[in-house]
Design a protein around this ligand. Structure first.
Ligand code: ADP
Ligand code: ZN
Ligand code: MG
Length: 481
């Protein structure tokens, strides 16, 4: 049995966050809209209509290209990519071909704790096609239709070199790519709704065998990218081990069956009969524009991640979770301004804050809690005014009502009991009521102590300071011996 090397390269389509389409003024806000209501002669490609390039498209594409460290070509132009498909009324897509907006960049990311780098071959601008619809509110049962609302929505396609060597790496690379375009507000990065679509090319090779690459399409989550590629590794390995050939082809991922299925042979560039779009002149990108966009780039996720690791002494894993969402990263740092314990804040965010957001189905920017409110709560925990358990329940109410921690604690009368005398009295009562547990503890059963602490908590409705309770219990019990 030979050892195989896995090679993967990604082709990612990413919808740009513009309000108008690429060459006309039609709205891009098509989700849930009645089919074919956001169309005009330009995006339908009717004879005599003329495309006019939306400047915002160039700006967003440049932002992405620069963030991916691409070289920007001084002059570029649009080609027509010709093919027939029912969702493409024009019969061609306007795209960039031999002169894309950016080339030769790279993307860095962490995969399983190790810093990796994938080279970016190119990033080019193109328009989206429409959609075939086979079911839904706007369609009589048993019929199919074409919805052109998506025709002409601007995309960038980002193509990596085959630098990824496992399904995990491919997934992590894609996650970072999504993170970058979201940070830059180049795209909303929504994979389920198709704003971010990934095709993956994968081949297996060995010392005696060059790989044949298979293109996998139709994956609409990070999980499905990972699963589809893992499936392909196994499928190709089996074929090669049996001495059978792997065919160069396009395969579709079937999410429900968990398999890839052969879709069609691979088309070549020649099949598309690319030629320069005669309606659109070549254009150049001014140095000032490039410089302006470059200087306007915010701190990118990887830089932020590494800054969090050094500045706040977080682990790579902790920093990574926080920077996965720019708003969460900002929330974290804003909380620190009022309560400077990074690890504690991080822990509360990735467990309790995330849990509440998930339960309420909301995001941090829409939630009622603010960074200073969280800081206030954590300060109370830190000063042992309330226990961690109490704080969790307070936080829940902060999320639902927007009230402040102190207000909730006062209203519920839930300040921590840390008066020794008071606690000692309660402890004595509990000891009196539970002679069996006391005997158990005295005969060496540590578990009995936990039970007694639990009883004190019950008596005080969870308000006893747990550490103090423990200490007092041990003290009182040792005098019973
Ligand atoms: P094609 O000409 O068939 O479109 P390209 O060379 O343009 O192939 O590459 C398309 C994608 O396939 C790129 O993302 C690239 O990284 C990837 N790729 C190229 N060679 C391989 C390979 N041997 N194994 C896996 N992916 C590959
Ligand atoms: Zn239009
Ligand atoms: Mg290609």
């Amino acid at each position: 049995m030979s050892d195989f090397t896995t090679t993967i390269g990604l082709e990612v389509h990413c919808q740009l966050l513009t309000q108008a389409k690429m060459f006309c003024r039609c709205s891009t806000d098509y989700i849930g809209k009645e089919p074919n209501t956001l169309v005009c002669p330009v995006c339908l490609g009717l004879p005599g209509s003329l495309p006019v390039l939306n400047q915002k498209v160039v700006e967003l594409a440049l932002r992405a290209a620069l963030a991916l460290h691409c070289q920007i070509l001084p002059q570029t132009l649009f080609h027509r990519k010709n093919y027939f498909y029912p969702d493409l009324p024009k019969g061609y897509q306007i795209s960039q071909y031999n002169l894309p907006i950016g080339i030769d960049g790279f993307l860095e990311f962490y995969s399983q704790g190790v810093r990796k780098k994938a080279r970016i071959r190119r990033i080019h601008i193109e328009e989206d096609a429409g959609k075939l619809v086979h079911e839904g509110a706007f369609l009589p049962p048993g019929t199919s239709g074409v919805d052109c609302n998506r025709c002409g929505i601007p995309l960038v396609e980002i193509v990596t070199e085959p630098d990824l060597s496992s399904p995990e790496e491919a997934r992590d690379c894609l996650m970072m790519l999504r993170n970058i375009v979201c940070y830059l507000e180049v795209s909303d990065g929504n994979m389920e709704e198709g704003s971010l679509r990934c095709d993956a090319n994968i081949s297996l090779s060995s010392s005696s065998l060059t790989g044949v690459k298979v293109e996998v399409k139709n994956m609409n989550s990070f999980r499905s990218v990972y699963r589809a590629l893992s499936y392909e590794v196994e499928r190709q390995r089996k074929l090669l081990e049996e001495g059978k050939p792997v065919f160069q082809e396009t395969r579709h991922w079937d999410e429900i069956k968990g398999v890839t299925v052969s879709a069609r042979g691979k088309e070549e560039a020649e099949d598309y009969r690319y030629f320069p779009d005669p309606d659109l002149l070549p254009f150049s990108l001014k140095t000032e524009m490039i410089e302006e966009i470059k200087s306007g780039l915010l701190e990118l996720p990887l830089e932020k991640e590494e800054r969090f690791m050094t500045q706040y002494e977080l682990s790579q894993g902790e920093a990574e979770i926080l920077v996965q969402d720019r708003e969460i990263a900002d929330f974290f740092e804003d909380t620190l301004r009022n309560f400077n314990k990074p690890r504690m804040v991080c822990n509360w965010i990735v467990t309790e804050v995330f849990r509440n957001l998930k339960e309420l189905g909301t995001t941090i920017s829409r939630a009622k809690i603010t960074p200073s409110h969280l800081a206030e709560l954590l300060k109370m925990v830190d000063r042992k005014e309330i226990s961690g358990t109490m704080a969790k329940s307070v936080l829940e109410e902060m999320f639902t009502s927007g009230a402040r921690a102190r207000e909730i604690v006062t209203r519920r009368g839930m300040a921590l009991i840390n008066d020794e005398k008071e606690l000692e009295n309660i402890v004595k009562e509990v000891i009196e009521k539970n002679p069996q547990s006391v005997a158990d503890y005295l005969s060496g059963k540590e578990k009995a102590l936990q039970f007694l602490i639990g009883q004190v908590m019950k008596e005080t409705r969870g308000q006893a300071d747990p550490e103090l309770t423990r200490n007092i219990l041990i003290k009182v019990l040792s005098s019973e011996e």
